[in-house]
Design a binder for this molecule. Structure first.
Ligand code: FMN
Length: 674
């Protein structure tokens, strides 16, 4: 039963010539599926429509061969060949009454166009800035401008033919030719498309008018426009040209989809940005235009959504990550099932997959990207092959909780035990570290679900040994005992322990996670893990008053966070905290009061003062119990045993929840391992 406070979210809304059934709007976002994995893309989008979103949009879809982000497989609308395949996405979305949107884009100087070996285009020739490629974009001339306008028109007509209801013109993220024209850093032209504001906005105005002329009688024409460039000083700000663009084109498009650029600020992770963080930049838009406005902000709370609408900030609630984490978010609000919402944790595992050109994934929703490949549904699971079968899950971290939840939903008799006094495994401690509190939602969602299920028994403070487990008599056992951080320094560059690792002033991540924190003095944090942990520990120690030097063999601090769009924010926050950063450097030995460091580039040696050293070089799976049970299985004392998550191989939490789901779905279907 829907709470009447949320009725407003379910009001239909007119967008130009089309009408959305509600205000839940999946904004354009990539899945790294594109044309090569069309069936996967169809299944992914369809799940969002099924979950109740009024509008489901496709990501950046390139209008011409001069524009591609290869190796990222963006969808295309270059020619008529693409109409039929994309019409299948539309049909899948419309099956559930959602409108289908498509974001027609030209990457301008952001894409190297390497797939087609064309020369990328820019207002004033410069290097493509998204990928480092040895090709310069060429300056777009008058004929190119005429062609560009024709490509947009043609692509829009094809999109209409494919059945799309909302057709976008893309001008955001510093990834668009149209944005390159607005920006005085990239547009140095002296003709009527350069110089004064009216000239720089000309191509966007013309393109919007062209697309409206072509398809505006039956399709809504939207513009995705980043009103503020938050990355660097720019003329595009909400006080300057960002606002002037909205004022100048106020009622030209049927819909304003507004955000900030570039991507690392738009899809800002929860470590650095709160829900609704874009409001101060976009809140002027509705005051300037009479057309509907959609905006984003990792919205998962229905109260925050209602507030956006009632306060006149937005008309439609845009979502990328919250819709990835919970495709059924609208339906859950509609039916009053708020506790069932799987809230996005803002970890950006989804962007990481796009950045690494692999199928989209999600920490909270392991079915994301697996709808077609594995046939996984965000909400439904296959029925138990035998509802009397009992399963014991040992370990209550992300993998164990997900396995238990999946199995319990399937109808099995599930027991889950953990030695600790709190559910969450690695997240018990990690969620208390600086900036990681939102990740606790992984635990909270699963525990709150399990606690309501009659076929589930949950046991905390229950350390079980192999004999206990045999005595428990479950039909199947899943071991999810996690991993521990190494203390001896073996890592990416060290195959052997680091000399001096056993000195009393040398700690590892386990110590800091256990709150064994030095109260001051100089500390070297050594990172060979390359993800978040070392930077988070450095932050924790700086907050505790230590003088921190972060040392890594990588060429950037926390280099993998490039993929989660956090790298720039990690560096900024380290600078703000006064943490010294030393990259490309290996610690070769540790002595009393200092470490010896060797620069990878030339082997130059130096000493860095360190009253304390913290090694963050890797993890070791805690799989002793699993190995003992494998032996018991060999002796015929238990029937089957499986292991999941960090116990199998330590990594991202998204991998742990995926493993848990896989073990939960496959039980009864496949012979368990071990
Ligand atoms: N925005 C686009 O305009 N086009 C894209 O192709 C696109 N790809 C994205 C892919 C992923 C995995 C994510 C998370 C975001 C992408 N975005 C893209 C940005 C989102 O549309 C959105 O503006 C941003 O994530 C903020 O919304 P959210 O807080 O609801 O995630």
């Amino acid at each position: 039963m829907r709470d009447p406070r949320y009725d407003i979210l379910f009001e239909p809304l007119q967008i130009g010539p089309v009408r959305t059934k509600n205000r839940f709007y999946v904004v354009p976002h990539a899945t790294a599926m594109g044309m090569p994995a069309l069936d996967e893309m169809i299944a992914f989008r369809k799940a969002r429509a099924e979950g109740g979103w009024g509008v489901v949009c496709l990501e950046e879809t390139m209008i011409h061969e001069t524009s591609d982000h290869a190796p990222l497989p963006d969808p295309r609308m270059y020619n008529d060949k693409y109409i039929e395949p994309l019409s299948r996405v539309v049909a899948a979305v419309k099956e559930y009454g959602a409108l289908a949107g498509i974001e027609l884009a030209h990457a301008g100087a952001s894409g190297p166009a390497i797939n087609h070996r064309e020369h990328p285009l820019s207002p004033t020739g410069k290097f493509p800035h998204y990928f480092i490629n040895p090709i310069s974009a060429r300056t777009i001339d008058r004929q190119d401008i005429t062609n560009f306008r024709q490509w947009y028109r043609d692509a829009a007509l094809r999109a209409r033919k494919a059945g799309f209801d909302i057709i976008y013109v893309y001008c955001a993220h510093n990834l668009s030719l149209l944005q390159d024209f607005l920006d005085t850093r990239t547009n140095k032209r002296t003709d009527e498309y350069g110089g004064v504001f009216e000239n720089r906005v000309r191509l966007l105005r013309e393109t919007l008018s062209d697309v409206k002329d072509a398809v505006g009688d039956t399709c809504a024409v939207a513009v995705r426009f980043a009103v503020e460039d938050r990355r660097r000083p720019s003329n595009i700000t909400a006080l300057e040209d960002g606002r002037r663009v909205v004022e100048a084109l106020a009622d030209v498009p049927d819909l304003w989809d507004v955000n900030v650029s570039d991507w690392a600020w738009d899809s800002g992770s929860s470590r650095f940005f709160e829900e609704g963080q874009q409001e101060p930049f976009i809140d002027f838009v509705k005051k300037v235009t009479n057309k509907p406005v959609v905006g984003v902000g990792r919205f998962t709370s229905p109260d925050a959504m209602v507030s956006q609408i009632k306060r006149g900030v937005l008309d439609l609630i845009g979502a990328a990550r919250p819709s990835i984490a919970d495709p059924f978010l609208p339906n859950k609000i509609d039916t009053g099932r708020h506790d069932d919402i799987r809230e996005c944790i803002g970890c950006n595992a989804c962007t990481a997959e796009v950045m690494t050109y692999s199928r989209i994934r999600c920490t909270q929703n392991p079915s994301a990207g697996e709808e077609h490949v594995n046939g996984w549904h965000p909400e439904n699971v296959p029925e138990a092959h035998d509802p009397d079968a009992s399963i014991l899950v040992v370990g209550g971290g992300p993998a164990g909780l997900e396995a238990a939840h999946t199995l319990a939903k399937r109808g099995y008799q599930v027991s889950i035990a953990d030695a600790g006094s709190e559910w969450g495994g690695r997240l018990v401690r990690e969620r208390r570290m600086p900036r990681l509190s939102a990740w606790g939602r992984v635990v909270d969602y699963r525990v709150s679900q399990l606690q309501t299920m009659p076929n589930v028994n949950m046991y905390l403070e229950s350390p079980l040994n192999a004999d206990d487990i045999v005595g428990f008599g479950a039909d199947h056992i899943i071991i999810a005992t996690g991993a521990k951080w190494r203390g001896e320094g073996v890592g990416r560059h060290h195959d052997e322990p680091i000399t001096g690792h056993d000195l009393p002033h040398v700690l590892c991540a386990e110590d800091i996670l256990n709150d064994n924190v030095p109260s001051g003095g100089s500390v070297v944090v050594y990172d060979e893990d390359y993800y978040y942990m070392a930077a988070v520990i450095a932050d924790r120690l700086a907050k505790a008053g230590c003088k921190v030097t972060y040392v890594t063999t990588a060429s950037d601090p926390s280099p993998w966070t490039h993929n989660t769009l956090e790298l720039v924010h990690v560096i900024n926050s380290m600078n703000e905290a006064g943490i010294a950063i030393v990259v490309g450097t290996m610690i070769t030995s540790i002595d009393e009061g200092s470490v010896t460091a060797s620069r990878l580039l030339d082997g130059a040696e130096s000493r860095i003062d360190a009253d304390t050293v913290v090694l963050v070089t890797g993890q070791i799976s805690d799989d002793e119990l699993y190995q003992e049970l494998v032996a018991k299985r060999g002796a015929g004392l238990i029937r089957s045993v499986d292991r999941v998550g960090d116990c199998l191989g330590a990594g991202q939490i998204a991998q742990a929840t995926y493993d848990g789901r896989k073990a939960g779905i496959r039980f009864g279907e496949l012979t368990p391992t071990g």
